[in-house]
Design a protein. Sequence first.
Length: 126
Amino acid sequence: MKRIISSPEAPAAIGPYSQAVEANGTVYVSGQLPIDVKTGKFVDGGIKEQTEQALLNIGAILKAAGYSYADVVKTTVLLSDMNNFKEMNEVYAKYFTSECPARAAFQVVKLPLGAMVEIECVAVKG
């Protein structure tokens, strides 16, 4: 069985996909952009602010599913510029402080809507 997860506290999907899907005790959160749900636009600032917003959006979706950051076992971080890795990591480390999830980070040619960062994750109830 799968369950579609949706939170009004995170931006709506910008295409034909769900914010998240839960299946067999695992939740798969779609890539989150740094969109502020209140304005529908990217947060002001640079990579730190955008990383913070993407992670806040993930948190809202996890909460709607009954999960938390502590349940995250894997993340993927997509960056428009790998030179932003250090600053992204500083913000990321505030959300994952112990027993950190596995992670991959990539530089990509372009992200949707011109974002600097997009983050997806997988969480498991344990």
